[in-house]
Ligand binder design. Structure first.
Ligand code: ADP
Ligand code: MG
Length: 657
């Protein structure tokens, strides 16, 4: 390898301006939001307190996820739901089903959709009349706003940030849409958290066996959805092993089954909308009451039904088929995760519909153990989110193990193919880091950034995550152009890398998901590999650094010889011969694959010493020439530039050993 082999676009590191950027926080002012399909809820757990739901002025904590656009001012919750029968197209419920979905992939719904704004417009916009078009994100934001206002009133101080939960199976678009909803509502979204993980955190399952390990099933039967998730805990971090369920199965189906039974009892074969809604509302009330009482009396005025007794047994018969469908999904998901019921360290009940005793019994039988149900199943997700939000707000909580961590170090390839780590393995996320790089030569107008992941010293031994180029770097002497590179790893493990030239402000950004395609076995293998190769890597790094150093000096000397070496008074013939020989030796040393770092160092020192007098004369000549034509100020600033150059040369390689 000779000096010419160096990629002129490669990175040349000079300094570390600061330690990993720490975020400003407001301990105790984080909130946890369960943004549900049918119900939503906000909880807080300030400064290590037990999580608690936040209530509105009337004492209600669970908010119906329904938004009404009937009146000029938006109405959210039970009042909105009350307007639904009369204005089905202007009252939006279950908006969660629309999140992150394009026009092409939304199912049946009763809402008018505004015309696309252009050919490729995929954004769903509900047409609420009067020129009011709203996106699903905006509708969700209305719900979030109400909850945030409640929490702010309860805390008596501005909210710092929020953790919002999403189903474990939500894809990137759905997650992004949820984040956007948070932003529209004016919230700083610390992170999104998977609903089953939130439930597990609420039960403190992250402490199982000292946080070391555990296997859990989270059974979540809500209003309109059923989700079953298998989680694995390992070193304090939850991993979703498998998810399953049915996006059209839930308490609403119980309501419909019981409503049909009530209509039949009333002798109504073809119910009007009003009768159907009346029967549904009563079915829901009776269903919920039957969770605590063996028998409940039903009345549906619109159908002329009065004093009709429904026993728990009758109800259980009506929902039997529905409950059995959840069992099928559970068995399938266990199989997908390659987990047997006996392997499970716990089963958690989530969702209002798991209050039904029959559901509990079926879960117990399926998983061969008593499920955890001490915490309200319709609040437990918000509780877990609140705990997480409290931690992310910066408050210290006792007994909290790790949050999500970086499985493998993240860094950049620098000159000579060496990895400069910016975010170390096992750092807690979210985390940020910055570093300044500089140009290698004056001809350089672009820099190539190669983002890598792994524990090895050389980039070629690491996983390549992304490569991008920053163009438009001003042509300045070596080490004078400064490019700041920042790594931001957010709580969802999305890495944003930004490179910015500090003088012109030109910048370039890429986003990558470092965990993509990485499973645990792969992580373990990569870590083992780095241990096995530690010594060889160390040597390789020393070699690479030695080459970079020598290459830099050789390039500077060679350029000077080419430019002014023909002037005898600057470079006498014998010195010239010695320098050319030293340059030759430098090329050979850099090309020598069997060489040692010591040899590179000696070669560089020799080159520096034979070219020292030449450098001094050049400097003197430049000064004299300067005195002739330039002003004193110009000379001073060019001297200052030389000084700065020297300083940086001294500090440019902090990794040198
Ligand atoms: P989601 O997560 O889908 O927004 P929830 O977890 O809040 O919804 O569950 C809502 C469902 O739980 C509704 O169908 C509601 O009727 C039902 N539910 C609430 N309380 C009870 C109860 N005591 N007994 C039976 N079902 C209940
Ligand atoms: Mg839910």
């Amino acid at each position: 390898m000779s000096a010419d082999d160096f990629d002129p676009g490669a990175l040349f590191q000079i300094e570390e301006p600061d330690a990993p950027a720490s975020r400003k926080r407001a301990p105790g002012r984080g909130i946890g939001i369960d943004l549900g399909t049918t119900h939503s809820l906000v909880a807080i757990a300030p400064n290590g307190a037990q999580p608690q739901p936040v209530r509105d002025a009337s004492g209600a904590d669970i908010l119906a996820s329904v938004v009404s656009y009937v009146d000029p001012s938006v109405v959210v919750g039970a009042d909105a739901r009350a307007q639904q029968v009369e204005h089905p197209s202007r009252v939006i419920s279950s908006v969660k089903r629309f999140m992150g979905r394009g026009r092409a992939d939304i199912g049946e719904h009763p809402y008018p959709i505004a015309a696309p704004k252009h050919d490729e417009d995929q954004v769903v916009r509900f047409d609420m009349g009067g020129g009011r078009d709203v996106t699903p994100m905006e509708v969700s934001a209305e719900i979030l706003r109400v909850l945030a206002a409640r929490a702010e009133a309860e805390l008596g101080a501005p909210i710092d940030g929020a953790v919002i939960t999403v189903p474990a199976y939500f894809d990137d678009a759905q997650r992004q849409a949820t984040k956007d909803a948070g932003r529209i509502a004016g919230l700083k979204v610390y992170r999104l958290l998977a609903e089953p993980t939130a439930a597990a955190l609420a039960y403190g399952l992250d402490q199982t066996k000292g946080g070391k390990q555990g296997l859990f099933a989270i059974y979540d039967l809500g209003g309109g959805t059923f989700d079953i998730s298998i989680l694995r805990l390992r070193e304090g971090v939850f991993q979703v092993l498998a998810t399953g369920g049915d996006s059209a199965l839930g308490g609403d189906d119980f309501d419909r089954a019981l409503a049909a039974h009530l209509l039949e009892a009333a002798g109504v074969c073809e119910p009007s909308d009003r009768q159907r809604e009346g029967a549904l509302a009563e079915a829901r009330r009776v269903k919920e009451a039957l969770s605590d009482e063996p028998q409940v009396v039903a009345n549906v005025d619109s159908c002329g039904l009065t004093g009709f007794a429904v026993t728990r047994e009758t109800f259980e018969g009506l929902i039997d088929g529905i409950v059995r469908r959840t069992v099928k999904a559970c068995r399938q998901t266990l199989k997908d995760a390659d987990v047997r019921p006996d392997d499970l360290d716990g089963v958690v009940l989530v969702g209002g519909s798991t209050r039904v005793p029959k559901v509990r019994a079926v879960v117990e039988k399926t998983f061969k153990q008593l499920p955890l149900c001490d915490l309200d199943p319709d609040r437990v997700v918000a509780y877990g989110a609140a705990i997480q939000a409290d931690i992310l707000s910066g408050s210290a909580r006792e007994g909290v193990t790790l949050l999500d961590v970086v499985p493998l170090s993240l860094g950049l390839e620098t000159m000579g193919g060496i990895v400069e780590q910016l975010i170390p393995r096992n750092a807690t996320i979210p985390i940020g880091a910055r570093q300044v790089f500089t140009n290698y030569s004056e001809q350089q107008t672009g820099m190539v950034f190669h983002v890598v992941q792994g524990e090895r010293e050389l980039a070629s031994d690491c996983r390549s995550l992304a490569k991008f180029e920053l163009r438009g770097i001003p042509q300045l002497p070596p080490s004078m152009a400064r490019v700041e590179v920042s790594f931001q790893l957010d709580a969802d493990a999305l890495l944003t890398v930004t490179a910015k030239e500090l003088m012109t402000g030109v910048k370039q950004t890429v986003e990558v998901k470092p965990t993509y395609g990485l499973d645990e076995a792969a992580v373990d293998a990569l870590v083992m590999e780095s241990l096995d190769n530690a010594e060889a890597d160390f040597e390789a790094r020393n070699m690479a650094e030695g080459r970079v150093e020598l290459g830099r000096v050789a390039l500077a000397v060679r350029t000077a010889v080419e430019e002014v070496g023909h002037i005898e008074s600057l470079l006498p013939a014998d010195e010239r011969t010695a320098i050319l020989a030293a340059l030759q030796a430098a090329d050979e040393a850099m090309a020598d694959t069997a060489g040692t770092p010591q040899r590179l160092k000696q070669t560089r020192e020799h080159l520096e010493s034979v070219s020292e007098a030449f450098a001094r004369r050049r400097m003197e000549r430049a000064l004299q020439a300067g005195m002739g034509g330039k002003s004193l100020g110009e000379i001073e600033s060019s001297l200052a530039a030389e000084d700065a150059l020297e300083e940086r040369r001294g500090s440019h390689s902090p990794q040198q050993t």
